[in-house]
Design a protein around this ligand. Sequence first.
Ligand code: AVJ
Length: 319
Amino acid sequence: MPRLIDLRRHDAETHQDLLDGLYASPPRVPPRYFYDELGSALFSAITCLLEYYPSRLEHAIFDRHARAIADRLPRKATLVDLGAGDGSKAQRLLRWLRPAQYVAVDIAAESTRRALQCMAPDYSDTGMTVLACDFSTGLSWPRRLGCERPVFFFAGSSIGNFLPRQARSFLHGLCQLCRNSAQERGDLMIGVDLVKDPAVMQAAYDDALGVTAAFNRNLLRHLNGAIGADFDVNHFHHHACFNEESSRMEMWLLPDADQQVRWQQGGRVFHAGEGLLTECSHKYTRAGFRLLLAAAGFDVQHEWLDASEGYLVCHARSC
Ligand code: AVJ
């Protein structure tokens, strides 16, 4: 049985950043609110779509190089899976790495826990923990967990959800955690989506079946439960676009008419012309990402690309 450490109540459970975002102009919602039970299931469904190339390309890299990747990492590691989801990203590596400890960090810990329960019998030598927390403003590591030979596994291009300067300080925070561990250094295995033909990116965030649209709109349903809001999901439409200036895909929810929405401590009108920004997914160049890692205090050790050179997996070490 994987053990569960739940820090979600200690996190700013006031939803303060959410409320600040809802009142902002344009209004925005932190992307972690995608991931309730249904949202996590919808994201897993997205990763099965032909259009959603990031998972496909990353899986291809890990399927091809998992063994070589594992060989670069320390034995008896603590594998820290940031945004573990259904565990499918780490599974490709776990098979070869066989770490002493596997810590699956996720805000939607229930589905992560179920996934780990299924995996546990195959990894009897690995201690399994689900760490339920919001790490969007930095990972706080419970002392009692221990972190010998840390390997931070940040896959799926989730780093793209941070603004570049936040990405730098988040990664710098991981460096600092390594420094506090007994070994002083730590490894980072990170996957990132690279800038490519806008039409390819567009299709990935606006698929023909409408799974991404459902994923985006489900966020409002989640908010209705989380803060007692009364968003009418029928009046908000999915919109995805590439913001070239900021090199990022953006997802918006556009109201089809003015919407008066109330929640526990307030409310506002969302005007027909003014969408809610629900996600920014930054796309890097290979050189740009190297600079980011260096600025955060990591030395790049090795890079793997898929055949189309559209996705990058990077091994770096804190210095
Ligand atoms: C999990 C944040 C990497 O940005 O591509 C998928 C989430 N959004 N389709 C991404 C997502 C729309 C995904 N990340």
